[in-house]
Design a binder for this molecule. Structure first.
Ligand code: F6R
Length: 613
């Protein structure tokens, strides 16, 4: 879980590398480094900490070279330190490698290389790649150093096992960078007399929107004037570029203090973009025939973290609208439990990044079980989209903040759209019902825009309670997963203990932790369970808790009689209310963390896409 960048062209690569790494910091930020080919030698700089530290070091040393690679790291092998920071080199120091992912067989490879005299400088698996290329160069032929490096890379690829992507350059072949992709993301930006290699598109989007998404097993050679793509068999493939519609500004903070806040405010547009796809013919998107869709009886959903909470809400949708049996598994658990074989089963994998290793592992298992696989995913061309038979893209734009916000709401409405479509196709809901539900769905972006107006109220109320050590969130039915998500959001960015519960459960145990120092946030929109939520408020208040009600206009008066503060969000239909409720709770988490002075966009110990198991 790291970010890779490479530049080759006619300009000094260093500013491109630093800028690209800053855009990739969401992938990891415990150390960073870069290397450029400078007058036939490698100029390498590495620094522990964020890219800003690397930038400072680069300003002092001012390396120059038109070919360079860089890296931002999230440690998997070896602690965050300068020695373990990328780029890594071979014994000569002329071959330089940056890498994302894990080389599973690096230990036996390292031992073999050491027995042949290779000296290692770090604890990383990455360094093995550089030494292996150095070793393989002894056995390959080729007219030019460029040809020899490529041949050595092919030999190296054949020896490596695991999920990885890497970039390599060699000072003896300074007119090329080679990129290799195997189950970790790697993309190429095609510029004018310059080309880029990166883990993700925002790294070079300012310079080009022409992108080549590499497939697993592919190797790419980048030169200033073009690229050559090779399949796993070493044969050339005609590259097919995609034009990305995200402009650079979309990937920037847009004037907000944090990406998280910007992304909360992005939601009306993001949801509009998600729904644009839902307006199209779903069966075409799903690549499944209507008669096959009608047959689906069981759905297994797999996801992690926030995406798992979206899937929990999706279960209510699928069971209620589509009339199918749906279960939700944490992807990391699904892989290891016994799933009975079943016909007509669909596995839905929900993931913002599409690169979460646990989710990819769960989908692999679903494939082995013979299930059809649908990805609900935000990142074009990601691993998950290739591991599934069909994809529903959430199209909510790049999400940079580690804490997921707009991806969550877009996943919820994607699942809603899918459920009503399936219900319609199978006859579980009538045409009239479908029309009504569809209309309600289409009104969500506007309702979310209206909900954003509550930021001031939420900000204000956090002033009194932001120093609390423990927060409890309560919800029921479709708002139960919202309580879980609110707790996750708060703890991940504020580092404060927070738990979400189904309100009916507190009397079975959790109530014992509630006292006067425990703010309890009760999600209680006006609906069939409103009275039960009033009782939950009373139970908490009786234990001295400071109770905050997240309610709707019709519930405000009653809520005020049993709570200390009320936040009023607009009323939506029962099943779409969670999309509005979560906005209040995203602001809540943001303002607590902000008042505590936390690093909101890059909270400690976390990374945006978790590409290791
Ligand atoms: C929380 C968060 C994580 C992710 C989880 C899955 O704010 O962002 O819990 O939701 O790591 O990531 P994706 O959706 O990329 O599979």
């Amino acid at each position: 879980m790291c970010g890779i960048i490479g530049y080759i062209g006619s300009k000094n690569s260093v500013p491109f590398l630093i800028e690209g790494l800053k855009k990739l910091e969401y992938r990891g930020y415990d150390s960073a480094g870069l290397a450029v080919a400078e007058n036939g030698k490698v100029h390498r700089i590495r620094a522990v900490g964020k890219v800003a530290e690397l930038e400072k070091a680069a300003l002092l040393e001012s390396p120059k070279g038109t070919c360079g690679i860089g890296h931002t790291r999230w440690a998997t092998h070896g602690k965050p330190s300068e020695e373990n920071s990328h780029p890594h080199t071979d014994c000569s120091g002329d071959i330089v490698v940056v890498h994302n992912g894990i080389i599973e067989n690096f230990l036996p490879l390292k031992e073999k290389l050491q027995s042949r005299g290779h000296k290692f400088q770090s604890e990383t698996d990455t360094e093995t790649i550089a030494h292996l290329i150095e070793e393989n160069l002894k056995y390959v032929s080729g007219k030019t150093p460029e040809e020899r490096l490529l041949a050595a890379v092919f030999l190296t690829n054949a020896a490596l096992r695991g999920a990885f992507a890497y970039g390599v350059m060699w000072t003896k072949a300074p007119n090329q960078i080679i990129g290799v992709k195997n189950q970790s993301p790697l993309v190429v930006g095609l510029g004018k007399n310059e080309n880029f290699l990166a883990s993700d598109v925002p790294a070079f989007l300012k310079y080009t929107n022409k992108v080549l998404f590499l497939e697993d097993g592919q190797t790419v050679v980048l030169r200033p004037d073009g690229v050559t793509l090779y399949g796993a068999d070493g044969k050339t493939i005609k590259p097919k570029a995609t034009k990305i519609s995200w402009d650079e500004k979309t990937a920037e903070k847009g004037g907000y203090d944090h990406f998280m806040l910007k992304e909360i405010y992005d939601q009306p547009q993001a949801l509009e973009d998600t729904l644009r796809t839902a307006r199209e013919d779903f069966s075409r998107i799903l690549g499944l025939k209507t008669e096959d869709l009608r047959k689906i009886r069981n759905v297994y959903m797999v996801a992690c973290g926030t995406a798992y909470h979206a899937a929990l809400i999706g279960k209510y949708y699928l069971e209620n609208f589509a009339g199918v049996t749906a279960s939700v598994d944490l992807a990391s658990e699904f892989k290891y439990r016994t799933i009975p074989p079943a016909k007509d089963t669909l596995c839905i994998a929900v993931s913002q990044s599409g690169e979460t290793a646990d989710t990819l592992g769960a989908v692999k298992k679903a494939k082995e079980l013979g299930f059809k696989r649908l990805a609900i995913c935000n990142v074009l061309g990601s691993g998950l989209t290739r591991a599934c038979n069909s994809v529903f893209y959430t199209h909510c734009g790049p999400e940079i903040s580690v804490a997921s916000t707009k991806a969550f709401s877009s996943q919820i409405i994607s699942l809603y759209a899918l459920a009503i479509f399936l219900g319609h196709a199978s006859g579980n809901i009538s045409q009239n019902q479908f029309n009504k539900l569809y209309k309600e769905l289409m009104s969500v972006p506007k309702a979310v825009a209206e909900t954003l107006k509550i930021e001031y109220d939420v900000r204000h109320l956090t002033r009194k309670i932001y120093k609390a050590n423990r927060f409890i969130f309560l919800g029921r039915n479709v708002d139960y997963p919202i309580a879980l998500e609110a707790a996750l959001k708060l703890k991940e960015i504020s580092y404060v203990s927070a738990e979400g519960f189904a309100a009916g459960e507190i009397k079975h145990g959790p109530i014992s932790v509630i006292d006067k120092d425990t703010p309890v946030i009760v999600i209680m929109p006006q609906n069939q369970l409103f009275d039960k939520m009033l009782s939950a408020c009373q139970e908490c208040r009786a234990r001295g808790a400071y109770v905050i009600a997240i309610t709707t206009p019709d519930g405000k008066e009653a809520a005020a009689s049993v709570s200390d503060k009320q936040i009023v969000v607009p009323q939506a239909s029962e099943y779409l209310q969670p999309v509005l409720d979560i906005v209040a709770l995203q602001f809540f988490a943001y303002w607590i963390a902000k008042r505590l002075g936390r690093d909101i966009d890059q909270p400690r110990n976390l990374a945006k896409s978790v590409t290791v198991e």
